[in-house]
Design a protein around this ligand. Structure first.
Ligand code: ADP
Ligand code: MG
Length: 564
């Protein structure tokens, strides 16, 4: 056997391990789901390569085994192996994949988790702890791996505390074909999982719809009628359904099937808020299954957010989280797109201009938005739970998705001067006063500041509803939205808007006031363009407004801050 090399974990890995082992992690059983999902990823990668890359094609049957995942339980010694015939890892891969955390989102997340948050297992659960979760149930983990196209097997060993060792292994320890075997030595907490029945239960719960067969080898207890006692026989049996569930018809599937698939897709244990399952047959044939998570992911607004949908072609996994599958503002949607019409060797570059995918994408966005609208109409209570999490990403859509703007305006909810809670534009429009010319909104500050703004006085006086946009994206987003259906949408702090509301009385004694106005202008100087008398105020002495084409005061501040 080769030379052993000892290495330290990256600081973040040590922190993560500390957190995993010492915080109240309520579901240690998820270690198995994490390891199986890594095996499934590794099998997906290899399957894709062996379909598209000649070098890998040649290896099938000769260094590459058929795809499967094997669990082998040794109850007496309290060990479990999780093996796959996937892509495998070489020495370098083992160091970088199982010794560091590459994603900056995970690092940020770790620094955020302080004090009480550490105890909130739900928070931890939202973010995949991945491979390292094995240390919740193990005091030692050994990884034997051989990379496809390579003939060396390397072994990675760690107690999850001090660091890890890597050495090359040979003989009985070497893998005959590519893939990875993970050997878990259960600790006291993990001993409960050294049980065949328990393992089957966990696999069915989290990993039933993994596309590859999962086999369990264990000592199966059977009643021997002759001997009148229970005898144990070493048995290997497949323990998951391994079907691409989304290809079955809706009528065959129960809510639990959908929830289970969601959990195995996303690695969470919360049920989704709702899902939309569609089979398209016609010029294009494809299946989509989209889920809306109950909670918006914590890292939704981070640049390296990973989520989105998975692309399959004829049930073969192609890629994860492609920015081209759904528009950016729908990045919170999880699920699957499975196409019959794309080539298997489709690359990311091809995807960007692929006509098939563009049609699927356009239809999928329409589908998701129209399903949301149906929920908004039929089940407002459920819809409000959706809005509590996703109103803001929908607003982002206003900025980029011009084609669906009207639909998005119907879906977004608003604060307003006339209702508690939230309201829709359709409702505001219904409540318009007979002489009201447009729909009005106010932006540029906190909710309480906006609600008390002197700009609203005239609207209150006239009984006109104004909606309050206090989200920091609102000002930028709504500056591009000028109508809702055939009704204009206007900001109250634009001078042309005040034309709409001209009081019948011109300001009294406007002429007499002129010398005072001149004096005020002279005192303030170049900071303002003009000082004039107005009838729009009821109680406040003065207010600042912008010209129509000019950026508003707040927007100017933001642009200055951005160095514009
Ligand atoms: P993630 O799966 O989110 O990337 P993990 O901590 O679960 O994070 O795994 C880290 C990395 O280790 C994976 O991205 C992969 O590169 C590698 N890895 C883990 N398990 C396997 C396996 N069974 N086969 C091949 N590579 C693996
Ligand atoms: Mg993983």
């Amino acid at each position: 056997n080769g030379v052993m090399s000892k290495q330290q974990f990256q600081t973040e890995v040590s922190q993560l391990l500390q957190l995993i082992v010492h915080s109240l992690y309520s579901h240690p059983e998820i270690f198995l789901r994490e390891l199986i999902s890594n095996s499934s990823d590794a099998l997906d990668k290899l399957r894709h390569l062996s379909l598209t890359d000649d070098e890998y094609k040649a290896l099938v049957g000769n260094g590459i085994d058929s795809p499967r995942i094997d669990l082998e339980l040794d109850e007496a010694n309290k060990t479990l192996t999780v093996s796959d015939t996937g892509i495998g890892m070489n020495e370098e891969d083992l160091v970088s994949h199982l010794g560091t955390i590459a994603r900056s989102g995970t690092k940020n997340f770790l620094t955020q988790l302080s004090g009480d948050a550490r105890k909130d297992s739900n928070l931890i659960g939202q973010f995949g702890v991945g491979f390292y979760s094995a240390f919740m149930v193990a005091d030692k983990v050994e990884v034997f791996s051989r990379k496809a196209g390579d003939d060396k097997t390397f072994k990675w060993t760690s107690d999850g505390e001090t660091g890890f060792d890597i050495e090359e292994v040979s003989g009985a320890n070497a893998r005959k074909t590519a893939g990875t075997t993970i050997l878990i030595h259960f600790n006291d907490e993990g001993a409960q999982y050294a049980n065949g029945w328990r393992l089957q239960e966990i696999v069915r719960k989290y990993s039933n719809h993994i596309a590859f067969p999962i086999f369990l080898t264990y000592d199966k207890a059977d009643w021997d009628a002759e001997k009148k006692e229970s005898v144990k026989t070493r048995t290997t049996e497949q323990i998951n359904a391994a079907s691409a569930m989304w290809r079955r018809s809706k009528s065959e599937l129960s809510d639990d099937d959908y929830k289970e698939l969601y959990k195995s897709l996303t690695g969470g244990w919360e049920d989704p808020l709702f899902w939309f399952h569609t089979r398209a047959e016609g010029t294009l044939e494809y299946t989509t299954l989209f889920y809306i998570p109950a909670k918006a992911p914590l890292d939704l607004y981070q640049a390296d957010y990973k989520g989105g949908v998975k692309l399959y072609v004829k049930r073969v996994f192609i890629m994860d989280d492609s920015k081209d599958l759904l528009p950016q503002y729908l990045r919170f949607v999880r699920g699957i797109i499975d196409s019959e019409d794309l080539p298997l060797n489709v690359s990311r570059e091809i995807l960007q201009q692929n006509k098939v995918l563009t049609s699927i994408k356009t239809a999928s966005v329409k589908k998701i938005l129209s399903e949301l609208k149906t929920i908004a109409t039929n089940d407002p209570e459920k819809y409000s739970r959706f809005i509590a999490e996703y109103n803001r990403p929908l607003k982002e859509g206003l900025y980029g998705d011009y084609a669906n703007r009207e639909m998005l305006l119907d879906l977004i909810r608003f604060k307003s001067t006339k209702v508690e809670g939230l309201t829709s534009l359709a409702e505001v429009k219904e409540r318009m006063q007979p002489e009201q010319k447009a729909l009005y909104y106010i932006t540029g500050g906190s909710e309480s500041m906006l609600r008390n703004s002197p700009l609203l006085e005239i609207y209150k006086k006239k009984g006109i509803e104004v909606f309050i946009l206090d989200d920091d994206v609102d000002e930028i987003v709504f500056s591009t939205v000028t109508s809702y259906g055939d009704t204009d949408l206007k900001a109250v702090n634009k001078s042309s808007t005040s034309e709409d509301l001209k009081d019948d009385s011109t300001p009294e004694k406007a002429e007499e006031l002129q010398p005072l106005l001149d004096k005020i202008k002279a005192t303030i100087g170049a900071a303002v363009k003009e000082v004039r008398a107005s009838s729009r105020l009821a109680n406040s002495p003065s207010v600042i407004v912008s010209d129509e084409d000019e950026p508003s005061a707040r927007m100017r501040q933001m642009m200055q801050a951005m160095g514009q």
